[in-house]
Design a protein around this ligand. Structure first.
Ligand code: 5GP
Length: 188
């Protein structure tokens, strides 16, 4: 029998390298991507059942009622949720599931009593986070202030995670996360 996979959560504030890391980790052979459900409309190029299960709000609300979600949240007025059945199927196949979900979703998972590995990515400092956001150049001054405020609140919850990893250098940070998860370094 295959060893059961593990449920892993990676969180971090804006510009913490979370999305890049997650995109790299889900391509590993040990890892499977759990397809979330959402009520938002598909964007160009997105495929139902691959990127998300795109469902009407009524269906989503019914799934909440039925306890179909391990966690769910409302983001920008739309619903997003991790389906219990999806995660259980991946874990039973012996693959790890790495979720990139918001702090609210993580709280629900922690309260569910499920075995979890939780990792929080930290910027080296608020100054560096601000510099990285500025370098990205995609936000207005007002949006920057807002994002930095949210980031500060999110960083406050880092202590509730099992591992805190500082993203001072992407490659080093990735190697530290791989070590925590017991993965071999991927060949370049
Ligand atoms: P997007 O609409 O850009 O695909 O995602 C918007 C946000 O929803 C992202 O911040 C993403 O982390 C979050 N999200 C995506 N899937 C889930 C999920 O299953 N649960 C929770 N709680 N958040 C999710």
């Amino acid at each position: 029998m295959l060893p059961k996979g593990r449920l892993v959560v990676i969180s971090g504030p804006t510009a913490s390298g979370k999305s890049t890391l997650w995109n790299r980790l889900v391509r590993r052979p040990e890892v499977e991507f759990s397809v979330s459900a959402t009520t938002r409309k598909p964007r160009a190029g997105e495929v139902d059942g691959r990127d998300y299960h795109f469902v009407p709000e009524q269906q989503f609300l019914q799934w909440i009622e039925e306890g179909a979600f391990l966690e769910w949240a409302q983001v920008h007025g739309r619903y997003y949720g991790t389906l219990r059945s999806e995660v259980e199927a991946c874990l039973a196949r012996g693959h790890d599931v790495i979720l990139e979900i918001d702090v609210q979703g993580v709280k629900q998972l922690q309260e569910s009593g499920l075995p979890l590995i939780t990792i929080f990515l930290l910027p080296p400092s608020m100054e560096v986070l601000e510099e990285r956001l500025r370098a990205r150049g995609t936000e207005t001054e007002e949006q920057m202030t807002q994002r930095l405020e949210v980031a500060e609140q999110e960083i406050d919850s880092a202590k509730d995670y099992m591992h805190q990893v500082v993203n001072d250098d992407f490659e080093r940070m990735e190697a530290e996360v791989e070590k925590i998860l017991g993965y071999q370094k991927e060949k370049a």
